[in-house]
Design a protein around this ligand. Structure first.
Ligand code: SAJ
Length: 450
């Protein structure tokens, strides 16, 4: 098939590569000309993704994947553009009605306070609509149009179908489906091939046509359903993780309070065959888990007290970490932050809690320095970043920090104090190197912080 992939980001580019590798003639479209120029010269804009470089080089060199600024006629169009959320400048707006106030009050999460309620972020469809307008003139009856972008439930029917109808293409003429991407950054290629895939068709025929295309490169099972169910499943998966992490963060607070070690508690609780608690940390970052629950909340605000509470717990973590830092190190001290990426072993800083912590500390008057081996502008020598620091704070669970030898930094810092928010260091070995050790949620270290 001739396939046009619109949006060559973290999802679109690997998808285009895998389709080309599977034998399709692929046009990868992006309006960022710099990315296209780089790709034409064989330079990848996505790094630290195993196997991607090799596959990309092969399909770009063979011409199976061509890149362009605009779509052209194809058998299938796959839209992989971002759906950011609209940021809310004023987080409280007047409560809209008595009923809403009553339901919110009953849910007990304090959403309604003094006649106002929190305004939650909402999905911004600008890029989806622009992508649809760019393909519209090229879509012909019998073509397949797939939306991969993560969207609130109902969007394929509410946004994609009418946009194509504007070009005279009803759902009986074009096959429209939603095939949410669900791959883990850092393991994108492997997961794109091996994971099971959900495909939701606007019609059963559309699901079948999309199934055939995706089965050319997906080795996992492909399960078909309707579009709104597929949209909801994707959000449910990330909301599940958000709630689970919020639970872990709450356990961290309780553990400090009652004098136990949350990391030990979770490890041992997870030995139960039906318990799988995730890890606490300085907050939830990335462009998925920190965003997707809001796409459910926006459709069902009065029905989602648990999802809203989870978001509040996780969003409060950077501030909580700063509060704990204040209890450890004097304001105006020098704090070395280890990790800027939103999670371990990736270069991605989107919605990173580390950056929020950094911003808050600066506002409070701390002098900060940042190290991150994956993020270009912070990939400087660790020794330089920790020199003369009053406190080291580990914010990202990069393998480099897990294996960090305390002896290698002990002679450089001004005060041998470390605060580990990711549970990656062994407190005893750092104490043996002369450090005063604090860990998020660990009420057992000699030094407790709460
Ligand atoms: N985090 C914790 N504790 C944990 C696990 C994660 O604090 O135990 C934090 C991470 O440090 C990070 C954030 O949560 O800041 C999110 O990281 P993640 O690894 O949980 O997820 P993402 O955002 O990198 O990718 C998720 C994945 N979803 C699921 O695992 C259900 C991925 O499969 C999706 O494709 C991706 O979202 C997406 O694009 O939606």
């Amino acid at each position: 098939m001739r396939v046009c992939v619109v949006g060559l980001g973290y999802i679109g580019f690997p998808t285009a590569c895998l389709l080309a590798k599977a034998g399709h003639e692929v046009i990868g479209v992006d309006r960022n000309v710099a990315i296209l120029e780089d790709l034409r010269e064989g330079r990848l804009h996505i790094v630290n993704e195993p196997d991607l470089q090799e596959i990309a080089r092969a399909v770009l060199e063979s011409g199976a994947l061509k890149v362009a600024e605009a779509p052209s006629p194809s058998d299938a169009f796959i839209l992989c553009v971002p759906t950011p959320f609209e940021r809310v400048s004023d987080p409280t707006v007047p409560a809209s009605g008595a009923e809403e106030a009553a339901v919110a009050a009953e849910s007990g999460i304090g959403r309604v306070q003094g006649g106002t309620r929190r305004a939650y972020p909402r999905a911004d469809f600008t890029f989806v609509v622009e992508a649809l307008q760019s393909i519209g003139p090229h879509v012909r009856p019998g073509n397949l149009v797939v939306l991969e972008s993560t969207v609130p439930p109902g969007t394929t029917e509410r946004v994609v179908v009418p946009a194509l109808e504007a070009y005279g293409l009803g759902p009986e003429q074009v096959y429209v489906a939603h095939a949410p991407e669900r791959v883990l950054p850092g393991a994108i290629v492997r997961e794109m091939v091996k994971n099971d895939r959900i495909i939701g068709g606007v019609t059963p025929e559309a699901a079948k046509v999309a199934y055939d295309l995706y089965s050319s490169f997906v080795e996992g099972d492909i399960v078909t359903t309707d579009a709104i169910t597929a949209e909801f499943i994707k959000l449910v998966e990330n909301a599940y993780r958000d709630v689970n992490i919020a639970f872990a963060n709450e356990l961290a607070r309780i553990s400090s309070h009652i004098g136990v070690d949350v990391w030990e508690v979770i490890t041992l609780a997870n030995r139960h065959p039906r318990v799988r608690i995730l890890q606490p940390g300085p907050g939830v970052g990335g462009h998925c888990i920190a965003v997707d629950p809001y796409f459910i909340i926006q459709e069902a605000e009065n029905l989602t007290p648990l999802l809203q509470a989870a978001r509040q717990v996780n969003e409060s973590m950077p501030r909580e970490v700063v509060r704990l830092i204040r209890n450890i190190a004097p304001v105006h001290g020098r704090v070395a932050l280890l990790g800027a990426a939103y999670k371990g072993n990736v270069a991605d800083e989107r919605e990173s809690p580390s950056l929020k912590v950094a911003q808050l500390l600066e506002q409070e008057g701390y002098e900060i320095s940042i190290h991150d081996p994956y993020v270009k502008r912070y990939a400087v020598a660790l020794q330089d970043v920790v020199r003369s620091a009053d406190l080291l704070v580990i914010l990202t669970d990069h393998s480099d920090y897990r294996g960090l030898d305390p002896g290698s930094v002990a002679g450089l810092v001004r005060r041998k104090t470390v605060f580990d928010t990711r549970g990656v260091i062994d407190p005893r070995s750092w104490e043996l190197a002369g450090f005063v050790v604090y860990q998020l949620g660990n009420g057992r270290t000699r030094q407790r912080v709460s």
